[in-house]
Design a protein around this ligand. Structure first.
Ligand code: URA
Length: 439
């Protein structure tokens, strides 16, 4: 079948066969390698993505595409690693610094965690951009070097190499510019294609739901979580998903360096309760899923102990040092050239809304993310939230501090912040941070 016939089948709502999806993934990988000369050009891949977005995929097709994405490049193996291999993923949030805590925490509890992460995308931050605010830190490695890091420290956080699941790099890039990112079947194939190629046996996935999430609807997120668990199972892996709220940013820091600071606070026994609570639950679910705890109760006990006795903080420091980072230089860094602006509450009342999506966008505007791939990221750009949803405020009280090395952006960001908050007379009903566990 020619590629246009494949597009037509999907356009007309028919299923594609397993080898059709293998062909799609191979074409995407070819396009990733040589976009100018690839046999299937971007416009055909994009047309297929739009057809898949609109028509959806049968379960069998999702499984086939996931396997094909995983097989589109090299697959990492971890010979000599005896600990259970666990991977952690998030569908993307605002203020989501959980990988910086959960990865070393899982390792401190006996798991091996080969964590490959991404960069800021849209309104959501990227773990690699956050980590790069630590001077000297290296994120690109050859597989043999990753194996050494994993053996020596129990974990690493590094960037994806172009050779790992290259079909996903191409498809994700095209989805990003063709309004086809928020498609549950394409998200399943994207996340699990990469996770399968990275070689862990168990996955713990934080599926964000609400205003700042990829999918706002809880029902869509539940369906997505069930698919992630089922496809993982059919690929011989264990997967547990937590549905967690992303209506307001997680914690009090949004940005790059400020989020690393907050992660360190949590690793040192301080920090916001929501970040600590979700980090502990993700770690506990990951431990249980990897067979490192007999029950969720013992998994929680083990995660809490290793966070509170400083073991996770020690693993974090070891991991950063092994990857060339200088934590001392990070904590003692100068704030020369960084400007900040306090944002005051315009009236008294209860903070009823702190819109995660808008705050994510304005943090990117301050310089924490990129408008094009070539943009440089400002490590100092960020927002410190001094109040969260449900808190009582007095007029004039400082709600947040915006900071950036690009002063020209402060006015627009301050205006955007004003639109991100809602203050009212009635105390809002509290919302759960963790909605559901799907396994
Ligand atoms: N994260 C991914 O890795 N892929 C998606 O498609 C969405 C979130």
């Amino acid at each position: 079948m020619d590629f246009p016939d494949l597009i037509a089948r999907k356009r007309d709502g028919k299923s594609l066969r397993d080898d059709d999806w293998r062909r799609v993934a191979a074409a995407a990988a070819d396009w990733a390698a040589e976009p100018e000369t690839a046999p299937v050009p971007a416009y055909q891949l994009s047309a297929l993505l739009m057809a898949a977005y609109l028509r959806g995929l049968q379960y069998r097709e999702v499984l086939a595409l996931t396997r094909a994405v995983a097989a589109s490049g090299e697959r990492l193996e971890w010979p000599g690693i005896e600990r259970p291999l666990v991977d952690k993923h998030s569908t993307g949030g605002v203020g989501d610094k959980l990988s910086l805590i959960v990865v070393p925490l899982l390792a401190a509890c006996g798991a091996a965690v080969p964590k490959l992460s991404g960069r800021a995308l849209g309104h959501t931050g990227g773990t690699l951009d956050k980590l790069e605010s630590i001077p000297g830190l290296r994120l690109d490695y050859e597989p043999a070097e990753l194996g050494r890091l994993l053996r020596d420290n129990g974990c690493f956080i590094a960037g994806h190499s172009a050779e790992l699941a290259p079909a996903d790099a191409a498809l994700y890039h095209l989805r990003d510019v063709t309004a086809t990112v928020d498609s549950p079947p394409l998200v399943v194939a994207s996340i699990l294609g990469k996770k399968l190629a990275a070689g862990a046996q168990a996955f713990v996935i934080d599926v964000k739901t609400g205003a700042g999430a990829l999918f706002r609807s809880r029902r869509t997120c539940e369906r997505l979580a069930r698919r992630l668990v089922r496809v993982s199972g059919d690929c011989g892996r264990r997967c547990v998903c937590l549905l967690s709220s992303m209506d307001q940013p997680l914690g009090n820091a949004v940005g790059n360096a400020v989020e690393v600071e907050e992660a360190l606070d949590v690793l040192e026994g301080r920090g916001p309760a929501d970040v600590r609570g979700l980090a502990l639950e993700l770690a506990a679910r990951g431990l249980k899923s990897a067979g490192l705890a007999a029950s969720i109760t013992t998994a929680r006990e083990s995660a809490t102990t290793r966070l509170d006795d400083g073991a996770a903080r020690e693993v974090f420091a070891r991991m950063i040092t092994a990857q060339g980072g200088d934590l001392e230089a990070f904590t003692e860094r100068e704030s020369a050239g960084v400007v900040s602006r306090e944002i005051a509450a315009p009236r008294s009342g209860y903070l009823r809304r702190l819109d995660a999506r808008r705050i994510g966008r304005l943090t990117m505007l301050l310089g924490a993310g990129r408008r094009t791939v070539a943009d440089a990221v400002d490590p100092a750009a960020g927002v410190r939230l001094l109040a969260k949803r449900g808190e009582r405020l007095e007029e004039g009280q400082v709600l947040a501090v915006l900071q950036t090395s690009r002063p020209a952006r402060l006015d627009a960001a301050a205006r955007a912040f004003a639109e991100s908050v809602g203050i009212g007379d009635d105390k809002p009903t509290p919302r759960d941070l963790i909605h559901r566990v799907v396994d």
